[in-house]
Ligand binder design. Structure first.
Ligand code: HEC
Ligand code: HEC
Length: 222
């Protein structure tokens, strides 16, 4: 019960932090131009990426997309490929292209792994109390559609390989191991100086196996 309350209060804290993200007025057609000329090679014109290390973007919530672009631009989220993509984009460009992708139909889901589906469903929905693992559904939704208002990302149907990489980055940023210097880091906003962010806290309790089965599960859930 204590853990449930802890997870719930994490959610409440994050709600106030994330609802504060304000996306400027945007122009979807201007965003389309950027998507077609710069982003489509890796994320598709419709936000469906054919490559498992590159995330799908179509139908993702606009606050979340905009926040990630700002984070890449400021170096708060470290990834060489994406940081060079946003280097020449203004804040307005980022709002426009985020809005364009958010306006596309959500990507479709994969097949997951039937062998671990049941175990992963339990973990996703309820966590594992004996190991302090916090469930995911409280923030990302039982169907993994995310929470547009709170800027919690849609996860359902995202590439398993991408999900797994991100969970390991959150985990490593919390533990300061496994990351290759500053070349690959992933933080999130809830972190105050010296504290773990929301997803770092969540990921710090996940084993490699948890990450594998959750990533497979997430790639198929809807
Ligand atoms: C050369 C390939 C490439 C191009 C071009 C590219 N991206 Fe990316 N993008 C990536 C990769 C790889 C990642 C995953 C980074 C990571 O692992 O943290 C990513 C991640 C993202 C994310 C984070 C998504 C999430 O779920 O957190 C957003 C948003 C994004 N890209 C938007 C864009 C936009 C907008 C453009 C065009 C301005 C663009 N990208 C161009 C490769 C690319
Ligand atoms: C307390 C709320 C909360 C809980 C519980 C939570 N998440 Fe998250 N998650 C977030 C937030 C907020 C972000 C966005 C962080 C950012 O803005 O970079 C996120 C981001 C992610 C991402 C990155 C998505 C992307 O497109 O890059 C993955 C993967 C993820 N969460 C998986 C999980 C899994 C798996 C669980 C359960 C084990 C979980 N989350 C539990 C709040 C939560």
């Amino acid at each position: 019960m204590k853990k449930l309350i802890a997870a719930a209060s994490l959610c409440v804290a994050s709600f106030s932090a994330h609802s504060a993200i304000i996306v400027p007025e945007h122009d979807i057609n201007a965003g389309k131009q950027i998507a077609e000329t710069v982003c489509a090679a890796c994320h598709g014109v419709d936000g469906v990426s054919p490559i498992p290390s590159q995330p799908n973007l179509g139908g993702q919530n606009v606050k979340y997309l905009y926040k990630q672009l700002i984070n890449f631009k400021s170096g708060y989220r470290v990834n060489g490929i994406m940081q060079s993509q946003v280097a020449n984009l203004s804040q307005q460009d980022m709002a426009n292209v985020a809005a364009y992708y958010a306006n596309q139909a959500p990507w479709s889901v994969g097949f997951g792994n039937p062998a671990t589906h049941q175990e992963a469903t339990k973990l996703y929905l309820g966590g594992a109390k004996s190991r302090n693992v916090i469930g995911c559904a409280g923030c990302h939704g039982p169907d993994a559609a995310g929470n547009a208002w709170a800027a919690f990302p849609r996860l359902g149907g995202q590439h398993a390989e991408y999900i797994s990489t991100q969970l390991k980055l959150f985990r490593a940023a919390g533990r300061e191991d496994e990351v290759d210097g500053d070349a690959q880091m992933r933080y999130n906003d809830a972190a105050k100086e010296g504290e773990k962010g929301m997803m770092q806290t969540v990921a710090s309790r996940l084993s490699d196996r948890d990450i594998r089965i959750l990533s497979d599960y997430i790639s198929a859930v809807h």
